[in-house]
Design a binder for this molecule. Structure first.
Ligand SMILES: Cc1ncc(COP(=O)(O)O)c(C=O)c1O
Length: 444
């Protein structure tokens, strides 16, 4: 009898008829025991650079996709794009498999030869020297020249004065990176871009929910990019979004760039098929392109995370506010990143820059924090001009990059995440206080 029912279950599972409820129950049991019990680091107050925010709902959503069988880009992705567009808000959003791919598509679309008023090989794109590798590489990979400009030491963002000085008759675009969640001085950059007829692009990969005068970053540039890598404000594990306000201008070109250069998903498909009736419309290629599509798993996870994003951002911002207040006594030796008035920082991470006249080095502070279980890392990619790969990447350095150098040599970053505990906050402050007092005594 037992054997017969086991056989029947096996049979049914193979046919996919009774498998789902049983699998779901099993998964729920598994999740109940594992997600809630996700281990924290050995010492309760130790502080990791990042921590997964995936909960039961995200895993169940991913599981439903696996059961559903529609695995690669499809309805989950399209719905996530609409929900993201409503949240930002954006005229359109396209999901891709990473923030790096979002940056690549911005540049490959702008430089595609068929793009009206596009960029040509040799045109210059200005970006901050302190940024991320894959903010810069797509500029060079699409034949343009990255021009590295110094950052402002208070905001760690592009200095508008330095941008203006760096402009030549080859300059076509400014790529603003909202570093660590701090909005760039967009009004100043917008004015420069308009004065010189340049595209303004935004890399918001670290700045979900950051805003200027209540308007979110990612809504100011011609195109903007976001990352959903798991250390960011919300995650789809890997994933990204490229957004724009003007649906007619860019969306179709980005759709083709995202998937093979073909016409699927474009609004002007009929025009193309009418023009090329001899080519199978499913394999009609009208653009260069890549395959940087997301999977439905990423989109389903992203959709659940988006419902929590505002809360995650608020948590991060509250933690940062408290930490900045408690670090204020050490500001004569540690430069902290500050936002401009009316700008709302979404607190990706906490940067500390050891001032040149401090009686200790960054290396010493870093070693001390690490020895106390506080993970550290450089501030994003440091001064990108100092990275060895730049020997192989044609670029221009517009000025001395002295602030970027200070960030590179004296800066470190500590992780922030939505569920940082009071014990972790206290531990961080206690460690810094202990370190400072030791050095103040020695300095005196
Ligand atoms: C400023 C910036 N741009 C782009 C990226 C690339 O995003 P992803 O890791 O999703 O490729 C990152 C990654 O953290 C980043 O910090």
């Amino acid at each position: 009898m037992k054997a017969a029912s086991t056989m029947a279950r096996k049979d049914a599972a193979e046919r996919g008829t009774i498998g789902r409820p049983m699998l779901r129950r099993r998964l729920q049991r598994l999740l109940a025991s594992s997600v809630r019990a996700r281990p924290r680091p050995a010492a309760a107050q130790a502080l990791e650079l990042c921590r997964s925010t995936l909960g039961e709902e995200e895993l169940l959503a991913a599981f439903e996709v696996l059961l559903d069988g529609h695995l690669t880009m499809g309805p989950q992705t399209a719905t996530f794009e609409d929900e993201w567009s409503a949240w930002l808000p954006a005229g359109f959003s396209l999901m891709v498999n990473s923030g790096s791919s979002a940056n690549l598509l911005m540049l490959s679309t702008l430089t595609f030869p068929g793009q009206p008023n596009g960029l040509k090989p040799g045109d210059e794109v200005i970006l901050p020297a302190v940024g991320w590798s894959t903010s810069l590489f797509p500029i060079a990979q699409t034949g343009c020249v990255p021009v590295l400009v110094d950052v402002d030491l208070a905001t760690l963002n592009l200095s508008p004065e330095k941008v203006e000085e760096a402009i030549t008759d080859k300059t076509r675009a400014i790529l603003a990176i909202h570093l660590l969640g701090n909005p760039c001085d967009i009004p100043a950059l917008r004015a420069i871009a308009d004065r010189h007829g340049l595209y303004l692009l935004e890399d918001c990969c670290e700045a979900h929910g950051a805003s200027i005068g209540g308007r979110k970053v990612g809504t100011f540039g011609a195109l903007s990019s976001f990352s959903f890598y798991y250390s960011h404000h919300m995650t789809s594990i890997e994933g990204g979004m490229v957004c724009g306000q003007d649906r007619s201008g860019w969306r179709d070109a980005l759709v083709s760039q995202r998937a093979h250069g073909w016409i699927r998903g474009r609004s002007d498909q009929h025009q193309w098929t009418g023009q090329y009736p001899d080519i199978d419309p499913r394999w009609l290629f009208v653009s260069t392109g890549y395959n940087v599509r997301p999977t439905e798993l990423n989109a389903a996870i992203g959709r659940v995370q988006l419902t929590k994003l505002d809360h995650f951002v608020e948590q991060r911002m509250a933690i940062r506010r408290r930490l900045l207040e408690r670090l204020r006594p050490y500001e004569s030796w540690l430069a902290l990143q500050r936002e401009r008035p009316g700008h709302s920082h979404s607190a990706f991470g906490l940067s500390l820059i050891v001032r040149p006249d401090a009686p200790f080095s960054r290396r010493l502070l870093q070693a001390f924090l690490e020895s106390r279980g506080i993970e550290t890392r450089p501030i994003v990619g440091g001064n990108l001009a100092r990275q060895p790969v730049m020997r192989h990447v044609p670029h221009r350095v517009a000025d001395l990059l002295s602030n970027a150098d200070l960030v590179h040599h004296n800066g470190l970053m500590i992780g922030n995440h939505a569920d940082l505990t009071d014990a972790q906050e206290d531990h961080l402050i206690t460690c810094i206080a202990e370190f400072m007092e030791a050095h103040a005594l020695r300095a005196a």
